[in-house]
Design a protein around this ligand. Structure first.
Ligand code: TYM
Length: 332
């Protein structure tokens, strides 16, 4: 073990990854992996809260893992694994279910949104989803959870559950902090820049997928919705323009001020073209590497098997501690 602090995060294998997943989550992970004990999961248990074809789930799970590696996560440093391979996640989730309240789970905005989208299938998994997420995080004594803005409420719940459990018994879980970067934590839709970019959007032009080819990316940016002001400013009143400046800033590491200055006196067409090129330069190599990795299933298998072994060793220690605290009789 190291004395480094621990980060944990995960992505659902519920379809191709978006530029939002990349800029809001994965890109931060790659820069943090040097300084933290890093654990990144493909959260397949979470994914089945929305109906999935088994063959698609299998395919998407490997795709997410391949993209993690292609984007620069180093399997020798970070622990990369598949959630269902470590049963302690589901087991701790059950215990934590008994420390989570119906009222607080009912207030989760993501539960409310998703329930509206699947009125005929508001299953208990969808409701308990944030408790499983708390289990993911708390199993590893996680200090920091790098996520996009939309996960903030779930993180707060994980903190509440950790504190509740610690108070009821004795200090058991580290109380995790969210890590939500200032730029890129909420990448907006290209078609409606007042709402989040999401792969579940019906309009394919609203999102960029990491698997999109260069011309598709150019076309989607060309069609991006802006406003009728016609001058490039970094302002809440111009969310479409702001979204593109944010993307450039997040990818290049430059300040939004200096990027905005570059476009003084220029129209939106140039901003759209340049943003598309910056995005392509960043994600085309990831797409190519992920495609290559996906042809080598054996390699991916060794990565997720090794990852699960390492994760399980940590997770089982915590699960045993929790079982003991709540009063379960040990098997041996
Ligand atoms: P998921 O799979 O919906 O999204 C994965 C990550 O991508 C971020 N994200 C975005 N960031 C910026 N702009 C966007 N438009 C955008 N869309 C998505 C999300 O904030 C997230 O960080 N519940 C989680 C998965 C999860 C998890 C965990 C995360 C399960 N257990 C434990 C952290 C720790 C989820 O559904 O993310």
């Amino acid at each position: 073990m190291t004395d480094k602090k621990t980060i944990f995060s995960g992505i659902q294998p519920s379809g191709a990854l978006t530029l939002g997943n990349y800029l809001g989550a994965i890109k931060n992970w790659t820069s943090m992996q040097e300084d933290y004990q890093s654990i990144f999961c493909v959260v397949d248990l979470h994914a089945i809260t929305v109906p999935k074809e088994p063959k698609d789930l299998r395919k998407n799970t490997l795709e997410v893992l391949a993209n993690y590696i292609a984007a620069g996560l180093d399997p020798d440093k970070a622990i990369l694994f598949v959630q269902s391979h470590v049963p302690a996640h589901a087991e701790l989730a059950w215990v934590l279910d008994c420390f989570a309240y119906f009222g607080e789970l009912s207030r989760m905005t993501q539960f409310k949104d998703k329930s509206q989208k699947q009125v005929g299938n508001i299953n208990a998994g969808l409701f308990n989803y944030p408790v499983l997420m708390a289990a993911d995080i708390l199993l590893y004594n996680t200090d920091l959870v790098p996520v996009g803005e939309d996960q903030r409420q779930h993180l707060e719940l994980a903190r509440d559950i950790a504190q509740r459990f610690n108070n009821r018994f004795s200090p058991t879980f580290a109380v995790p902090e969210p890590y939500i970067s200032k730029i890129g934590a909420k990448v907006m839709s290209l078609q409606d820049p007042t709402s989040k970019m999401s792969k579940s959007d019906d309009n394919q032009n609203s999102y960029i997928l990491l698997s999109d080819d260069d011309d598709t990316i150019r076309r989607k940016f060309k069609r991006a919705v802006t406003d009728s002001i016609g001058v490039v400013n970094y302002s809440e009143d111009q969310p479409g323009v702001k979204n593109m400046i944010d993307m450039m800033a997040k990818i290049s590491g430059r300040s939004v001020e200096s990027i905005t200055e570059d476009y003084l006196g220029q129209g939106y067409a140039k901003l759209k073209e340049d943003t598309a090129e910056v995005v392509i330069q960043e994600i085309a190599p990831i797409r190519e590497e992920a495609t290559r990795l996906l042809q080598d299933k054996k390699y991916l298998e060794t990565i997720y098997q090794k990852g699960a072994d390492r994760a399980e060793a940590i997770a089982m220690k915590m699960l045993r501690k929790v079982y003991k605290k709540v009063g379960f009789v040990p098997r041996r």
